[in-house]
Design a protein around this ligand. Sequence first.
Ligand code: BGP
Length: 472
Amino acid sequence: MRKDFLWGGAVAAHQVEGAYQTGNKGLSIADVMTAGSRTKAREITEGIVEGKYYPNHEGIRFYDFYKDDIALFAEMGFKCFRTSIAWSRIFPEGDEEMPNEEGLRFYDELFDELLAYGIEPVVTLSHFEMPYNLVKRYGGWRSRDMISLFVRFARTVMERYRNKVKYWMTFNEINNQMILTNGIYAFTNSGILFEEGEDRLKTVYQAAHYEFVASAMAVKLGHEINPEFKIGCMVAATPVYPLTCNPDDVLLALQEDRKNLFFTDVHVRGHYPAYIKKDWEQRGYSLDIMEEDLKIMKEGCVDYIGFSYYLSSAVSSDPKVKKLGNDLAAGSDTVENPYLEMTPWGWTIDPKGLRYVLNQYYDRYQIPLFVVENGFGYEDQLEEGQIHDQNRIEYLGNHIREMVKAVDEDGVDLLGYTVWGCIDPVSFTTGEMRKRYGFIYVDRDDEGKGSYQRIRKDSFYWYRDVIARNGC
Ligand code: BGP
């Protein structure tokens, strides 16, 4: 492993900051999502509805406690910390001419605090938290107008933090929106609320196109602002395996995998792959894609691929094999993989899948990679003021060992590894607190009760040693 490997942790602004109306912050799409559970989907409400519970409003109050939290990250020896800039702190409505100085100041102070400990900030521009007004007024990324609004936001923060932040990413898990059966993803990725009977796939392809153009413009602009910037894309890496060696299964897996790889293909190569153009042709789609867009996309290829890795999936062409019917992977045909166990939230546990995907990306693109999310969501037990999260240690240890093999044995160029939810955040998919990821426990429950006290889990000390040894 390289000496300057970026070990660290990751969160997103809306899942930790809270303070949803402080410092002139506007409402974001995360602010209109209620709490759900393992069995009940989060509700997207029309504005804020009296009597409903919105867990992101308070988050874990990172906005108030970030100095203490960063001190804990430093104690673990973090080399980097990934977070996002809440767009709605900088442009509360999303379409103002001038940014909100108070919001900008907050991130100035946050980044200064990190840098004082020698922790490199890694920043996502858009992580499921666009200003809610943009949904109301423009229909989110249904509209081409979003490109210039996003670029204005990107320009503002990249200029402001040009000497503080070097690593950037444009859109978090941009490929999630290909999961069409659950409307939450189109909303969180793109601020889109599906209408009855609409062709969801077409809508998502169009939104993704505008996002590709916006991302490429941000990359180009960022390099002009500071040539030292490293600007990546961010995708959810969920490899798709064939259930058997039946060529029909193998082909199906390849096709399903492309629903994810499509996004990195475009971000890295700067043009649309042949298979997607054929797909559009066969479906009779004619999207709003201008000549100028294609030129921009070519000029804004990313410097690295940031990705999250939690699980793998399997597909089968055999109609007799029972489908899982969950919305976790891009494919609707996912089936149980008999070789893998699952978390209580139904996510497969597959450390080798991380080595697989690192190799898959590196073989395909030959640009640096960055694992910006990997983690174990679990209902931790507090026992006499302590949390013995041995299963998290095992989960992360197994993944790290596979990652190290990808680097040391396979030759993958890897920039770093940030563990998702290094301090317990509000879960994105369910809005729960009980699905905990952190090395640091936060005393807050699913009704929003608790002291917000921070407690080091056993994994805290374990990860500190991993970083000190530069590996497991
Ligand atoms: C990714 C998101 C994160 C995050 C994580 C874990 O999809 O980028 O924001 O929360 O998954 O998901 P969850 O919180 O639903 O367990």
